[in-house]
Design a protein. Structure first.
Length: 203
């Protein structure tokens, strides 16, 4: 887990607490805000499900806990979703709004629930949310995590940048994966050296 991700969560909790984002108007499943993938159902977070969400995040991402985040998770609306299989919490996604993108801060699936469409349902929620806001969707993936890279590529994400110092432990490098919300073709961004080359070519 990157310190930057940890810092994002701390800042998110602080921002949400300060802005007092509106709580969901109803509980459970809501038309237009939930998604189904086979037996996977996405639901909004409630005060009652906050403890279960906390337990799941701690199991997927050990040693990462921010109490303030869980205090206001149910106020985040479309930015957070829980995934259920047979009424059992199986996964979650946590996003944040940046200037031009919907950034996926965390996405996790319980080990025994993987390869059952949970991750796909969760990332599709982020994609649909970004499309509604006309914002691209973006996230970081560790360079050695080929399984995650293939997963995001399958859902239309492409590598657009590389951050050599994103993670604390080796491999420290991370790819930035981006999906165009308008489904327009995207080109991989050139490296810094290529940017310089292009700059002089234009001149």
């Amino acid at each position: 887990m990157s310190k930057r991700v940890s810092e994002r969560l701390k800042n998110k909790a602080k921002r949400c607490a300060e802005k007092e984002m509106s709580t969901v108007s109803a509980r459970g499943e809501q038309p237009g805000t939930n998604a189904r993938s086979n037996s996977v159902i996405l639901r909004e977070v409630t005060q009652e499900t906050n403890p279960n969400l906390q337990t799941l995040i701690e199991s997927v991402f050990p040693n990462m806990f921010h109490e303030n985040l869980f205090d206001i998770a149910y106020k985040m609306g479309e930015l957070v979703r829980e995934a259920y299989i047979d009424d059992q919490l199986a996964g979650f996604i946590l996003c944040e709004l940046e200037n031009r993108v919907v950034y996926v801060t965390l996405i996790g699936v319980r080990v025994e629930c993987r390869r059952q469409g949970v991750g796909s349902a969760l990332i599709q929620h982020a994609i649909s949310f970004g499309r509604a806001l006309k914002k691209d969707i973006q996230l970081h993936v560790q360079v050695g995590n080929t399984t995650a890279q293939q997963f995001y590529q399958h859902h239309g994400f492409i590598e657009t940048e590389r951050d050599e110092t994103y993670y604390d432990d080796p491999p420290k490098a991370a790819f930035v994966y981006t999906k165009n919300s308008a489904n327009k073709p995207m080109m991989k961004r050139p490296t810094r050296e290529k940017y310089t080359e292009c700059y002089f070519l234009v001149l």
